[in-house]
Design a protein. Structure first.
Length: 192
């Protein structure tokens, strides 16, 4: 099982979703277990693929039975979390398993799973915090107070880079490079 589980993490807006989607496209035999949530499925979403959709009672039962590596209350009081079973079962079958975390989720997860069971990759924008600030400003109007709060939280997230085994740089307009760098880390780790 060792060397089969990969966690991709990094500050919000850095492009984790883009990287995961590209890896999913290119590696049909890798597994990308979804999160578990109490929110209702939206049209077109598939249980077990987009999310594992469960009731609040089921989610709470899973919390009690310690089935989550991490979980949090996110939108409108809905719970979201990462189940450890689909990760470990995929790896036991000999599959490469890739999972995305925000930095906070990675930190929670790290308390639970032995370090030698997974390899972690931190995704970082080439221009550092400035790149993310630009993206936030471009996306929607934001007050200076809110921006200052976001910058402070980003600084904390960037400071956590040292918790990860590897760093991959994401450069605007160079998705291919980011994907290849992540693939190289994954493929070389599996070979070891
Ligand atoms: P959605 O739009 O799918 O309802 O919600 C997406 C948001 O839920 C994401 O931006 C992310 O913040 C959060 N989320 C999704 N999956 C997880 C998870 O497994 N754990 C945590 N902590 N948050 C999640």
């Amino acid at each position: 099982m060792k060397g089969k589980i990969f966690f991709i993490s990094g500050p919000s807006g850095v492009g984790k979703g883009t990287l995961i989607n590209a890896l999913r496209e290119r590696h049909k035999n890798w597994e990308f277990p979804p999160s578990c949530t109490t929110r209702d499925p939206r049209p077109g979403e598939i249980d077990g693929k987009t999310y594992f959709f469960v009731s609040r009672e089921e989610f709470e039962k899973k919390i009690d039975e310690d089935e989550f590596l991490e979980y949090a209350t996110v939108h409108q009081g809905n719970l979201y979390g990462t189940l450890w079973k689909p990760l470990v079962e995929g790896a036991k079958k000999g599959k490469i398993v890739v999972r995305e975390f925000d930095v906070q989720g990675f930190r929670q997860m790290r308390e639970k799973l032995p370090r030698d069971l997974y390899t972690s990759i931190f995704l970082k924008p080439d221009g550092g915090i400035d790149t993310l600030v630009e993206r936030i400003r471009d996306r929607a109007p934001i007050t200076e107070t809110e921006l200052a709060r976001r910058i402070e939280s980003m600084q904390k997230e960037f400071a956590m880079e040292k918790m990860y085994d590897h760093t991959v740089i994401s450069t605007d307009g160079e998705i291919e490079q980011m994907v290849e760098d992540a693939e190289k880390i994954i493929e070389e780790t599996v070979k070891e």
